[in-house]
Write a protein that binds this ligand. Structure first.
Ligand code: PAF
Length: 292
């Protein structure tokens, strides 16, 4: 696996990957901020099934961290991450410096209205502008045929899909942005780089998040009152040791518009809750009702 840190070398390396195929080889991009876990490696494996060559990026993007979010404390482990990517057969690692990504005088921000505004966007102002801007840059830098993102960050996926559609970021394949299902621990907790911050007690309590979500989904799919079910979900999380619940929302799967009734189309239950100082997010599919 080759590692490149400047744009000229990246372009040359991607051209070489494409030229390596009998016809032009396809390239899949897996963007990450490092601190890799099995969830990221699942994205890489899925990318390898879909394209001839996988390019991964590792960039801890400062513009998606708010003033109260500790950018400096974000885990950085490039050597360990590189070894994991190499073992998965990644062809090229793009690991730009902050200066390469945001040169002096950088003045452009992409803001995706609507899907960015509620849920995590409400408590993390500017976060999705930072994500949209850096992902747009990564697409322009690598020029992949497709890109893969985890469904764990469902709102992020919705923002990126909307940006790609609105800005005609056409990659050759129609469905060029692939969402990959969340990878979970045996007790159901979604894998996240943040799980490492949980104490043993907090880690045990954290498993109530997916468990309570599944119960709420079963109730909603069986026709229970949606606001009452979401209120019960919040109460159960607080009883289980969560310090606060930022949101527990039923939303349309694509537009993320909140729903107060049994969904008529594909929906998602999305939750963000704090345990100690660690903020966990999760989301799961909710099947549409029979239209009663
Ligand atoms: O999901 C992430 O790790 C980041 O938000 C992303 C998509 C790599 C952009 O920095």
């Amino acid at each position: 696996m080759e590692t490149v840190t400047d744009l000229a070398s990246l372009r040359q390396a991607v051209d070489e990957l494409r030229a390596a195929g009998t016809s032009s080889a396809t390239v899949a991009l897996v963007p990450t901020m490092g601190a890799l876990h099995e969830g990221h490696l699942t994205l890489v494996r899925e990318a390898a099934k879909r394209a001839d060559a996988v390019v991964a990026s590792i960039f801890v993007n400062p513009t998606q961290f708010g003033p109260n979010e500790d950018l400096d404390a974000y885990p950085r482990q490039l050597a360990e991450d590189s070894a994991m990517l190499q073992a998965e057969g990644v062809a090229l690692l793009w690991a730009p410096t902050v200066e390469a990504m945001y040169p002096a005088g950088f003045a452009t921000t992409i803001a995706v209205a609507d899907v960015s505004e509620g849920l995590c966007g409400a408590s993390r102002p500017g976060h999705f502008d930072g994500v949209a801007t850096v992902v747009n840059k990564l697409f322009a830098q690598v020029r992949p045929d497709m890109a893969l993102f985890g469904e764990k960050d469902w709102q992020q996926l919705a923002v990126i899909r909307r940006m790609a559609r609105d800005l005609d970021l056409t990659m050759p394949h129609v469905d060029a942005i692939h969402g990959v299902p969340t990878v979970r621990e045996e007790d159901g907790l979604a894998l996240s780089s943040r799980n490492r911050y949980l104490s043993a007690d907090q880690r045990a309590s954290a498993a109530t998040l997916p468990a309570e979500m599944r119960k709420a989904i079963a109730a909603i799919e069986a026709g229970s009152d949606v606001p009452a079910t979401l209120a019960a979900l919040e109460a159960h999380l607080l009883q289980a040791g969560f310090a606060s619940v930022d949101y527990a929302t039923l939303a349309d799967a694509m537009s993320l518009a909140p729903l107060a009734e049994t969904p008529r189309a594909d929906a998602r239950l999305l939750v963000a809750a704090r345990i100690g100082t660690t903020r966990l997010i999760d989301n799961m599919a909710v099947r549409p009702g029979s239209g009663r």
